[in-house]
Structures are given as C-alpha cells and as structure tokens.
Write a protein that binds this ligand. Structure first.
Ligand code: ADP
Ligand code: MG
Length: 465
C-alpha cells in the first residue's frame, strides 16, 4: 500500500513535469503547480484544490491532457475528481452535480475566490492610439473629456460611458487610449478590451466547450470592461442576453464599462430594448463628423510622424489645407492620404505639390467631391465680392459686377455638369454665347493676372469643401 502510494506520488511528479512542458510555464504555474494529488482510486485521480472554480476550470480545460499524461506513466484513470477543503460534498465528477455545487457556492466564491489571476482575453492595443496622439477639436472634445475621466482612477462617475459616431472618427482610438492610460497609472487593475465580435466569439466558444462558468467568471472578474462596436451583436439574441447579464453584474459591482457603437443606443436596430436602455444609463457622447479645423489639426500632427519616416520630404501648409478641405470627415481616409502622399513623394523623389496631391489622391478626392450647384456658386461669389445675389443675375454691366458674374459663370462651367444654355438661363436668362465669352475671358485673365488666378482657386476650394 505504502509502496503503491510512493509510486503514484513519483509518477505525479513526472506527470507534472510533462504537463509543464506540454502546457507551458504560464498555464502550469496558474493551474497545475498547486494541484495536490490526494489519491488514485478506482480509476479516479483525486486532487485537492482550494476552490470549486479552479476545480471546474481544470476539469474543463486540462482533464484530457492530465488523463493522457498519466496513461503515459502506465497509470490508467478515467476521470479526475476534486476535493476542495471547505466544501462538504468533497468531490464531483458528473456535470450535473458539479454545476449544483458551483451554483450553491456562488456567493461563497464571490468572497473567497481569488479570480484576480485569471488571464483576460484582451485584444491587442494599438501603440499609436494614445491620448497624446489624439487631436482634440470641437467635434470630439466631449468624447475626449469623458474618455479621459474614465481613465483616471477614482470613483466611477458615469456608467457606462457610451461612445458613438461614424466610421473613422476615433472611437477605437479613444478606447485604446483609456486602456493605455489605465495600464500606466493603475497596472494592477483588471482591464478587458475587446470588440463585440470577440465577445460573441468567446461566448460561442464557451457554449461549445460547455464552459459558461469559466466565461462568466472571466467577464465578471474585471474592473473595467470595454466593448467596441456593440452594434455587431444586434440581432444575435443569445449573445445579447449574455451581454446584458455581464453588463448588469459589473454595474452592480461598481465596475466601469465603456461601450462604443456606430450610432446612439436607441438607434441600433435589432438590439433589445432592455439593452438599449441600459446602454443609455450612463453618459452617452457622440463623436461628430470632423470639421475643417480638426482635420487640419490632425493632418499637422500626422505630418510629424510621416516626416520621421521619410526624412527630407516636406509638405507645406497649403497642401494640408487643400486636403483638409477636400477629404471627407473620416480620419482614417485623411491619414491614409497623407501616408500615401509621403510614400509617393519619396518614391518618385519629387517634393510634394498640389499637382502631385491631385494625381496621387485622385481616387480619394473624387469620392469626396461634392456636387456643387449653380445657386451655391452664385451665392459664394456674391458673398466674396460683397454683392447681392440679384446683382449676379441682373443686366447691369459695371466692371465691379460683371467681372464677378463672369467668374461665377466660369465656375459653373467648371464645377457643374450643366450645359452652357442652362447656365445662361440661370444667370438671368442670358444667351449661351455670353457664357462662352465669360469662360474665355476668365481663362485669359487667369493666365496673366495672378491675383485673379488665386481668387478663382480660393472660390473653387471653398465651393468644393
Ligand atoms: P473608429 O473606431 O471610430 O472607426 P478609429 O478610432 O479606428 O475610428 O480611428 C481611425 C483612425 O483615425 C485611427 O488611425 C485613429 O488614430 C485616427 N484618428 C481618429 N480621430 C483622431 C484624432 N482626433 N486625432 C488623431 N487621430 C485620430
Ligand atoms: Mg473602431
């Protein structure tokens, strides 16, 4: 008997060593090292562990490999059982039973279970997405301030923080920034960032491998949970259900949640009402589409990064202004265009000028091109020269009026697809030959008068912005 005991103990030492090399140092340290083999009896290995959570986790994840490794040692077992000190019914093997034990012990676990060691399935964070690199402007200042607040340690003031806005406006950037900041100031806090898609994936895996308990433990053990692009779970009922419970459990424990979506909670189709209302519980802030100033600011800050990558290549402010005017609100596209421009310039070894920008970004610029109307042209030109709209279509001929009028016709010809007779009609019922004359006149002037050329350019940019 004694002999057999020694034999078993020896083999457990060898099994542990093998498990260490099979599972890796981390898993071994977290789960296997503290396992104490009590006995092997009737094809069952009985281990002593400190609580049912660990028992359950090991049973779910490592049972097979443990049994297999014992087999290699010529010890044949069918199951592993656990004995955890303070529990009356000491071991379990059958699933039904084990769930019962766990459920009865839930409140007990809440206090005794040291779940701080569970590794969190956080998604990788982008190194560039920090607060330092987030350019603040009117459209995003509230979202930025709220994100900053959440990243500060201290009591939770609003829960959840719900960030929403269109594609490429900085939702993910802000969430990563929160994560980086928390890692820096509070490295021990358990922070979990993942996309709603990842959340669903984990959930489905847990269902598949019958590990809902492990799933719940992980998601309920965090101090701050961030779920990106929550609209993804719209229409996915059981995932929503689980999300709802996770959400409630964390809020109840006073843990911080940060959620993002592509629109306001109430507007996400296919999301249950109870979830919509939960999401709106705390602070809901939107990232507005970028405006010209913010785009220019972002471009200026990204230029610094590009200049480091492509030393010797410069870009002047005029071109940044042009890009800020012409490229739509999506910051990702804005960033991409700058990257492309720098790469192009360093490839062809030419300085960046407006022609290069237009050539190299033709596809992007075309997409963002707005349809300009003759109305708008007339209004803008009138404004610019301090004239009334009625002057532009009147028959009056003084140079101070007729020149701007010609310019407006020129722009109408160049920026819209309207025919010459149509343009003539819109300018007070003039003949199409008048329009032809105006277009020729302005082309001529542009070539010899720099100031006119510049004014045409300014007006064109304003109209296309
Ligand atoms: P979203 O998640 O809203 O679709 P992202 O956070 O992924 O958008 O942002 C898209 C890109 O634009 C990222 O590279 C991000 O760094 C950048 N970006 C967005 N807003 C800003 C900003 N205010 N300052 C600097 N970069 C920004
Ligand atoms: Mg995103």
């Amino acid at each position: 008997m004694r002999e057999q005991r020694t034999r078993i103990n020896d083999s457990w030492i060898r099994v542990r060593l093998k498990l260490k090399s099979k599972l890796g140092e981390n898993i071994y340290k977290n789960w296997i090292e503290s396992l104490e083999l009590v006995k092997i009896e009737k094809k069952s290995a009985v281990f002593n562990v400190s609580n049912s959570f660990i028992a359950n986790w090991i049973d779910r994840n490592y049972r097979e490999i443990i049994i297999e490794t014992f087999k290699n040692e010529e010890i044949f077992i069918d199951e592993i059982l656990f004995d955890y000190n303070s529990v009356n019914s000491p071991s379990f093997s059958n699933k039904e039973n084990s769930y019962k034990i766990k459920d009865n012990k839930l409140s007990h676990l809440k206090h005794n279970l040291d779940n701080k060691n569970i590794e969190l399935p956080s998604s990788p964070l982008d190194k560039r997405f920090t607060f330092d690199r987030f350019v603040v402007g009117k459209p995003n200042e509230l979202a930025h301030a709220a994100a900053k607040r959440v990243s500060e340690t201290g009591p939770v003031t609003f829960n959840p923080l719900f960030l929403y806005g269109g594609v490429g406006l900085g939702k993910t950037h802000l969430m990563h920034a929160i994560a980086w900041q928390i890692k820096k100031t509070n490295p021990l806090s358990r922070m979990l960032y993942l996309s709603a898609e990842q959340f669903m994936y984990r959930f489905v895996q847990a269902l598949r491998f019958k590990d809902m308990y492990g799933f719940k433990e992980i998601f309920r053990s965090v101090d701050i949970l961030m779920v990106d692009d929550v609209q993804f779970i719209a229409g996915k009922e059981s995932t929503q259900d689980e999300f709802f419970h996770t959400f409630n459990a964390l809020v109840e424990q006073g843990k911080q949640l940060v959620i993002s979506g592509d629109r306001a909670p109430g507007e996400i189709d296919g999301l249950e009402d109870r979830i919509k209302s939960r999401l709106a519980w705390g602070l809901v802030v939107d990232l507005h589409p970028t405006d010209y100033e913010l785009r220019l600011g972002i471009l200026q800050s990204k230029v610094e990064i590009q200049s480091k990558l492509h030393p010797g290549i410069n870009i002047n402010n005029g071109i940044l202004e042009f890009l800020a005017h012409r490229i739509s609100s999506n910051v990702r596209v804005l960033e991409g265009s700058l990257t492309r421009l720098f790469a192009y310039a360093s490839l062809v070894g030419r300085p960046i000028d407006i022609d290069m920008a237009q050539e190299c970004l033709a596809d992007i610029l075309r997409i963002s091109e707005r349809k300009v109307t003759i109305e708008e042209i007339i209004r803008k030109v009138a404004d610019h020269y301090n004239l009334r709209m009625s002057d532009m279509i009147s028959a009056r001929r003084p140079r101070t009026i007729s020149r701007p009028r010609q310019l407006a016709m020129f722009l109408a010809k160049n920026l819209t697809s309207k025919s010459l007779p149509e343009i003539g009609r819109r300018f007070g019922g003039r003949d199409h030959t008048t329009v032809i004359h105006a277009v020729k006149k302005i082309e001529e002037l542009k070539n010899k008068d720099l100031q006119i050329a510049e004014e045409v350019e300014i007006l064109r940019r304003m109209l296309e912005a």
